[in-house]
Design a protein around this ligand. Structure first.
Ligand code: S3P
Length: 164
């Protein structure tokens, strides 16, 4: 049985929906960003000290470890994880769900963007540009795309279960 992997733009609810989905399925939930923080400390600080390239390398290694877990899990990935082609290759054997949101919803959810170093000083401008760069990649990786701006976390998790 494959893992269920949640991908999508920053603010799309990958962590919260992932946790709700895991509860429904009785599977463990893991989050690549949480794992990164537990191992290496704060992501903004890591970016400042080591840069994005190094972050992506470590992010890929963490994801490879998480996907290799003996127990099928629900795994939420950081929004930029799909940029790594080795990660994309690993996702081919998993059930991949893209959570999609509009810029209006993203604006409500990402706030001032300080916890996300790729967003810089103009978070919504950056979010929109990054979304445009990544949308095709997300869709190409996904077995299921869930576009549900106004649904609650619980409803989104129910919808995924119904479509598995
Ligand atoms: C990033 C998204 C973040 C985190 C890091 C980089 C990105 O995760 O991995 O700040 O490049 O999109 P979320 O998608 O959970 O915010």
């Amino acid at each position: 049985m494959s893992n269920i992997v949640l991908i999508g733009p920053m603010g799309s609810g990958k962590s919260t929906v992932g946790a709700a989905l895991a509860r429904r399925l009785g599977r463990p939930h893991v989050d690549s960003d949480h794992f990164f923080v537990a191992r290496y400390g704060s992501i903004p600080e890591y970016f400042r000290a080591h840069g994005e390239k190094d972050f992506r390398e470590r992010e890929h290694r963490i994801i490879a470890e998480l996907l290799d877990s003996p127990r099928p899990s629900v795994i939420s990935l950081g929004g930029g994880a799909v940029l790594d082609e080795r990660t994309r290759a690993l996702l081919k054997d998993q059930t991949v769900v893209m959570l999609d949101i509009t810029p209006d919803q993203a604006a409500l959810r990402i706030g001032d963007g300080t916890s996300r170093p790729v967003l810089g000083d103009e978070p919504m401008e950056a979010w929109t540009r990054i979304y445009a760069e990544r949308e095709t990649i997300y869709r190409a990786c996904a077995d299921m795309v869930l576009s549900a701006d106004d649904e609650s976390i619980e409803t989104r998790a129910d919808t995924i279960v119904a479509r598995l």
